[in-house]
Write a protein that binds this ligand. Structure first.
Ligand code: HEM
Ligand code: HEM
Length: 335
């Protein structure tokens, strides 16, 4: 970016909140991985729980997963979305106040998780362990984010909505729907609640949410970022815009049905397991279509792999994404 453009960006865009989200990503990342390390050490040598109930594996493991997903990856997602959306829409975020409420609200929720999980307050639903007051706080802060994001789109100076924004829209809407339905529970105390769903229904709803959490919290926002940052870093247009649109619609249509693959060989109905497996197999097409679209954007610019650290990280990330989704099909077996 030349210096005139840099000054323009400084004047128009709110990059301070972006930087804060980046700092939070780094800070929570260190904590999340240290807690992961503690869990790993306990797997190898159980006395590493130091005979303290707060540090037992059952409490440390969800602390690690929540910190890795919602604190580390979550703050990275917000940084990427705030940074790229402003540039794609050619406007500042709708409201600085909402941006800061989003930032501090999210950090407060993480702090709440870091206190309540070691103390043993949990709903025991994987990736949705937090108790009802924190569930409500998550819903409220997500609404703040949604208002800020959609109003920015409304104010945009660039008429065309680039494909990255579609991935962000899917993220904002779907995470809200998943979180709200998965968290319908009846409080029986300040930090204790029971889900309204029972037995098999509870398992189905939980993995519909859990699976789509990895899809719409850990995947769609990063794919949106891939579509923005790879062409930017390579200084080339995306390989195929048509493929990116097919990628988007195919991915969001198919992903949402694959939840039962987390419940194979359990007592959920056989047809639901088969449905989950078939949709998981079909997922190969959009996940590889997306990876290929990202990698082919680098045609004629592969030499940058030698010199640009940004391209090195992006190419590694996209390639491993493709490998990981391919490997996932190994789990799809049913006697
Ligand atoms: C130094 C880095 C890390 C260490 C030492 C670490 C360690 C661990 C350990 C010991 C477990 C429990 C395994 C088990 O129960 O058998 C685990 C699970 C998990 N970790 Fe990490 N982790 C690290 C980084 C990450 C990162 C970067 C992410 C995601 C952004 C992540 C997400 C998860 C998830 C989702 C699970 C649950 C997996 C499952 O239930 O199959 N971890 N990690
Ligand atoms: C084509 C795409 C994908 C397929 C077919 C797929 C398939 C699967 C299957 C079958 C399992 C269950 C394994 C078992 O319990 O035996 C699983 C678990 C998991 N997947 Fe994926 N997956 C895909 C994409 C992703 C993505 C993009 C992410 C994250 C970025 C992800 C994260 C996870 C995690 C964290 C688990 C462990 C869940 C747990 O705690 O039990 N998956 N996946």
């Amino acid at each position: 970016m030349n210096s005139a453009n840099q000054t323009k960006a400084k004047n128009i865009y709110d990059d301070v909140v972006v930087m804060y989200f980046v700092y939070a990503t780094m800070g929570w990342g260190i904590i999340a991985f240290l807690v992961g390390l503690l869990a790993a050490l306990q797997l190898a040598y159980w006395p590493m729980n130091m005979d303290m109930e707060w540090l037992t594996f059952g409490r440390v493991r969800p602390l690690h997963t929540n910190a890795a997903i919602f604190a580390f990856a979550g703050n990275a997602v917000f940084a990427g979305i705030y940074h790229s959306t402003q540039r794609l829409c050619k406007v500042r975020m709708f409201s600085d106040k909402l941006s800061w409420l989003h930032f501090w609200g999210w950090q407060a929720i993480i702090l709440g998780a870091a206190i309540t999980l070691p103390l043993g307050f949990t709903q025991s639903k994987e990736y949705a362990e937090l108790e009802w007051p924190l569930d409500i706080a998550i819903a409220l802060i997500w609404v703040v984010f949604a208002i800020n994001f959609f109003m920015t789109l409304r104010n945009r100076k660039e008429k065309h909505m680039y494909v990255a924004i579609w991935f962000y829209i899917a993220t904002v809407i779907t995470v809200a729907v998943l979180h709200i339905f998965n968290s319908i529970e009846i409080p029986v105390g300040f930090l204790k609640s029971y889900p309204v769903y029972a037995g098999i229904q509870d398992a189905m709803v939980q993995w519909w949410c859990g699976h789509n959490a990895v899809a719409f919290f850990l995947m769609t926002p990063f794919l949106g970022m891939m579509y923005y940052y790879i062409p930017k870093a390579a200084n080339k247009p995306v390989y195929s815009y048509r493929l990116s649109i097919i990628h988007f619609w195919a991915l969001i249509f198919i992903y949402i049905w694959a939840g039962p693959h987390h419940l194979l060989n359990t007592s959920i109905p056989d047809w639901a397991q088969t449905l989950g497996m078939i949709f998981s197999l079909m997922l190969s097409a959009p996940s590889w279509g997306g990876m290929i679209n990202g990698l082919l954007t680098l045609r004629g610019a592969w030499h940058l792999l030698r010199t640009s650290p940004v391209i090195k990280f992006l190419v590694t990330a996209v390639t491993f994404y493709g490998m990981a989704t391919f490997e996932a099909h190994r789990f799809l077996s049913k006697p």
